[in-house]
Design a protein. Structure first.
Length: 538
């Protein structure tokens, strides 16, 4: 029987004519917030009225370039005013946004251009050396708009300035809730990244449920994010959700380091921070954190990867700031299971967000009894239509409003969900399934471990056992003595067969463009299994 969220009668009712640009941006003018500063990026400050006026003109420019309803606009920009304007103008014109990391290299961008087939590509001038050839050879990308292009290139600013103001600029495509709005890319855990296709209504559903009823966004919030806006997690938490309530957003285009975040918090005094566990850990390792004034923060959000219980406990003890851990996906747009400010269960991801329901299913797809370990099936009003261009995978993942994930969970009698990793990450040790996350959490409880990733490794006997890639904390040194100490530490907490047989000491762990530890990169280093002896073996 499906597990249902409480309350079960959540209804998100949207009008027949519904456009996300009006829903997120224009309503702020109608509600008297036109002169409120909506966006801060460096020295730039833009009010809701200023953003709306420029979005109207950029929409007119897009339409003049021939953008038609449901055609794609590819946004390849760092966080900044231009990203926000391009995103809203695409929706206002009835187009479909697709967003990718501007730090990608030529090969990845060429694949994206071919896959997305955008009519318009908006890029930062720094991206031109990597993307110009792909756009030039594309049969579909008719227009390249360059932020900072100058006189020699189709310049973004000049394009806006060339558009008239007045009633004609106020055009909004009369889309409906079921019309296409945006593509969200998966992180490419299998092969090339693929895009989940979402409607206008999908984004509104998550906003009305998770953002307003669980995260609790307010008009007086000042929001900042560790992940960048091209990542759907941050597009929601640091653009859509704050604009829905008329809050203020702080953006910065540079890398999200611990020092950068501490500087931004000191300068802008945010109340709401979107984070990932890796960055919370980096901030705790900073010499500055104990002397930093974090009192403006009323809540932090965490998603994207598992938040270890030890990391949560240390963060809460040293900063006093709550972290709401949750899980979402590109397939469902945003977070559908989350802890609450007044209801955090250590080690769990909390309960279902209102409006969602779930099942834990076995290998045969049948629902399992409460407490059993299995894959999560999730249903709600934000489920994607499909993976673009992949019918077989779409059929395997999406069944109407249901989405069958590769995430392994256990749900207890009280409705709390505990995450055990992806089904392809689980290790079978001594004939028993083991979650790498459980071992990682145990290791993080030792003072010598700053970061860790556990993967399966087949030794000379071809039997798979846990192996730990470890970044040691300051003041400690990797080696055989520490390896033996960590083995004993894990054995004292978990069943003995779960301890790592090998350790490899690293200065840092590889990260993907979402800031998550790239577990698959570390797995790849060990291929083919059994041919490479990890260092630190005992």
């Amino acid at each position: 029987m499906p597990i249902r969220s409480e309350p079960q009668d959540v209804v998100v009712s949207l009008p027949e004519v519904f456009n996300l640009c009006s829903y997120f941006l224009d309503h702020n003018l109608d509600e008297g917030r036109g002169d409120k500063v909506a966006l801060i990026c460096g020295e730039e400050r833009r009010t809701y009225r200023q953003i709306a006026a420029r979005v109207e003109r950029l929409t007119a420019a897009f339409r003049e370039l021939g953008l038609r309803a449901e055609e794609r606009v590819l946004i390849v920009l760092p966080d900044g005013v231009e990203f926000v304007e391009s995103w809203f103008a695409t929706l206002r014109a009835g187009g479909v946004f697709a967003m990718v990391n501007p730090l990608q290299k030529a090969e990845s961008l060429a694949y994206t251009i071919e896959y997305v087939k955008p009519r318009i590509v908006v890029v930062d001038s720094s991206v031109l050396p990597e993307i110009a050839d792909a756009v030039g050879s594309s049969r579909f990308a008719e227009h390249l708009i360059v932020v900072g292009g100058g006189a020699e290139l189709p310049d973004y600013e000049a394009l806006i300035e060339a558009q008239p103001t007045g009633p004609a600029a106020g055009f909004v495509e009369p889309t409906g809730p079921d019309d296409l709005a945006g593509w969200l890319f998966t992180s490419g855990s299998t092969g090339k990244p693929k895009a989940c296709v979402h409607t206008h209504g999908d984004f509104a559903f998550s906003t009305e449920t998770y953002a307003l009823q669980v995260a609790g966004y307010r008009e007086d919030d000042v929001c900042i994010s560790v992940p960048k806006l091209f990542f759907g997690y941050a597009t929601g938490t640091n653009l859509m959700f704050p604009f829905r309530v008329g809050a203020q957003v702080v953006l910065f285009p540079g890398r999200s380091t611990a020092d950068e975040l501490l500087d931004q918090i000191e300068r802008h005094r945010p109340t709401f921070m979107t984070g990932v566990p890796t960055l919370f850990g980096s901030m705790l390792q900073s010499e500055r954190v104990d002397g930093a004034d974090l009192s403006s923060l009323r809540v932090c959000l965490s998603a994207g990867e598992a938040l270890p219980a030890e990391l949560y406990t240390e963060w809460k003890a040293r900063t006093g700031v709550e972290i709401l851990d949750g899980i979402g996906s590109a397939e469902m747009f945003h977070i559908y299971i989350s802890n609450r400010v007044d209801d955090v269960k250590l080690g769990s991801l909390g309960k279902l967000v209102p409006g969602y329901e779930a099942e834990i299913v076995g290998p045969d797809g049948q629902a399992l009894p409460t407490g059993e370990l299995g894959r999560l099936r999730i249903a709600g009003g934000s489920t994607a239509l499909c993976y673009w261009g992949d019918k077989d995978q779409s059929n395997a993942t999406f069944q109407g409003r249901w989405c069958t994930t590769a995430d392994v969970f256990r749900c207890d009698d009280e409705g709390y969900f505990t995450y055990h990793g992806r089904d392809d990450d689980l290790l079978k040790v001594s004939g028993i399934w083991v979650s790498p996350l459980e071992i990682e959490n145990a290791l993080l409880g030792h003072l010598a471990v700053a970061e860790v990733c556990v993967v399966g490794h087949a030794g000379p006997d071809q039997l798979v056992k846990p192996m730990a890639f470890v970044v040691v904390a300051e003041g400690y040194r990797g080696g055989e003595e520490l390896a033996q100490e960590l083995k004993a530490h894990v054995k004292s907490i978990l069943a003995p067969y779960k301890y790592p047989r090998w350790f490899e000491w690293r200065d840092n762990l590889p990260k993907n463009d979402r800031g998550k530890v790239a577990r698959k990169d570390l797995k790849r280093e060990l291929e083919p299994a059994g041919t490479r002896e990890p260092s630190g073996r005992s």
